[in-house]
Design a protein around this ligand. Structure first.
Ligand code: FAD
Length: 441
């Protein structure tokens, strides 16, 4: 029976353990943190996440999709909040049934671990932080003093991966690596449920307060609360460094006045919650022969503005599983083909995620962009074969990210041009736009 070690029992590692267990593979999962089912382990980042079709498709294959969606809050569009407190809903798609889902990160992680625990061939080892990995022998060493090896190691240990570190430091020849930090970080804030447990804003939307140099978003939680995330520069004017105890309330009053009455612990949260960093990691090759593979954020951490990091990591698992089906436990063959298939796609979603930061922060306040979204919604309502770039990325699990990026960018340029030449979308002939779009592909 093949034996695989997974390092990291986060979202990708826990899902992967189920896929491998179903194939009869013996799986040992080593996780740095304590068991989050027994102790309240701070996940360290984002309490909730947007789960969309690519992630759902991967959960479906192991029978976990319906279970997860039962406790998700559907989000049908972006609710834009102006400084004056006006709101406008921009649907994600013009088609029925195309929406994203706000799910609890810990809830999803725990559900995946519980599912994996049903298999006798999966064992979790907690409080085991990998400190070193030998790319030649495949031996992983842990802070506990344990050293282990198996037929192969799959590293799902996230953006700061210890296994990737070993690959960079001579473990893999000609290893390409880049890490790019965004000048913005993030901090989570909280909107509790109302007195009767009700949502205090529209529940079925992802709320955005776009303010050009910074923005705040809020995703609904199943219990009636919202988790807000302030994306803000680390340094300079209007930054985490600059806005401190004395100026925080003035800053929120000037920029997010409609949110303040909903946030009774605002200043406390702002002062006490940690600031997270945001960055993009690209590297290649992802494997050390057949000894190890990087998967999920360890291979390609992306900024969160397309809501795709986890969805992409889940898609990684699905693609890898299909290759294990084809090559069995010839790990080197599996990993080489996996890298060839996936790299262009993960690069594409990394680039689109960065671009979407500027779209969410700036463009949603731009009238031409708003007309373009309106036009796209109309096109999606009228034509089954029209998909916006957002829809291609989010709702087309059959379409590789790289194709979504190429087609989507060409389409975006065309539609922005058309919308810059009219005052109203009512002046645009949909048939002729569609003909131009079809000519692009
Ligand atoms: C603010 C924010 C919002 C986000 N929103 C979304 C969203 O809406 N939708 C979406 O799809 N994605 C979102 N993401 C991205 C998503 O969180 C990641 O892509 C996803 O968590 C990647 O899963 P992973 O399992 O690869 O890594 P992780 O979730 O980081 O899991 C890594 C695991 O490995 C463990 N570990 C780390 N180092 C070691 C070690 N040395 N030894 C042993 N174990 C170790 C960690 O404790 C952890 O359990 C968001 C990210 C951020 C920061």
């Amino acid at each position: 029976m093949p034996h695989v070690i997974i390092i990291g029992a986060g979202l990708a590692g826990s899902l992967l353990s189920i896929y491998l267990a179903k194939r009869g593979i013996t799986v040992d999962v080593y996780e740095a943190r304590d068991d989050m089912r027994l102790h309240d382990v701070a996940a360290g980042r984002s309490i909730n996440l947007a789960l969309s079709d690519r992630g759902i498709a991967a959960l479906r294959e192991v029978g976990m999709d319906e279970y997860m969606l039962a406790e998700a809050v559907p989000m049908y569009g972006r609710m834009i909040h102006s400084v004056a407190g006006e709101t406008k809903l921009m649907p994600y798609s013009g088609r029925q049934g195309e929406y994203i889902n706000s799910v609890s990160r810990a809830g999803l992680n725990i559900a995946l671990m519980n599912e994996a625990d049903k298999y006798r061939n999966v064992t979790f080892h907690f409080n085991e932080r990998c400190t070193e990995f030998d790319c030649k022998t495949g031996v992983a060493a842990f802070s506990s003093g344990n050293s282990v090896s198996a037929d192969t190691v799959i590293a799902t240990d996230g953006a700061g991966s210890a296994v990737r570190h070993a690959m960079i430091n001579g473990g893999v020849e000609r290893f390409d690596f880049s890490q790019k930090w965004l000048e913005h970080g993030y901090k989570e804030l909280h909107i509790p449920p109302g007195a009767g447990g009700e949502f205090q804003m529209e529940r079925n939307a992802l709320h955005i307060w776009p303010r050009h140099k910074f923005m705040m978003i809020a995703l609904p939680n199943f219990d009636g609360s919202f988790t807000c995330t302030l994306f803000f520069a680390h340094k300079g004017d209007n930054s985490f460094d600059e806005i401190s105890r004395g100026s925080a309330m003035d800053f929120f009053e000037a920029n997010f006045p409609d949110a303040i009455p909903l946030m009774p612990t605002l200043i406390e949260d702002y002062l006490h919650n940690p600031v997270g960093n945001l960055g993009t990691v690209k590297c290649f090759p992802w494997n050390a022969g057949g000894k190890a593979l990087l998967l999920g954020d360890s291979a390609h951490a992306v900024v969160p503005f397309y809501g795709q990091g986890m969805n992409c990591a889940f898609e990684d698992v699905r693609v890898l599983d299909a290759l294990i089906e084809r090559h069995g436990s010839d790990w080197e063959a599996v990993y080489n083909e996996y890298g060839e298939l996936r790299k262009a796609n993960t690069d594409a979603i990394a680039d689109m995620a960065e671009e979407n930061f500027y779209e969410m922060r700036d463009a949603v306040a731009d009238p031409v962009f708003l007309r373009k979204r309106e036009l796209e919604t109309k096109l999606e309502q009228s034509y089954a074969d029209y998909f916006s770039k957002y829809s291609m990325v989010t709702f087309r699990e059959d379409l590789p990210y790289a194709i979504a990026k190429e087609k989507g960018n060409a389409q975006d340029r065309l539609l922005m041009q058309i919308c810059s030449e009219v005052e109203s979308v009512a002046d645009i002939d949909l048939e002729s736009v569609l003909a131009l779009v079809r000519r692009l592909s």
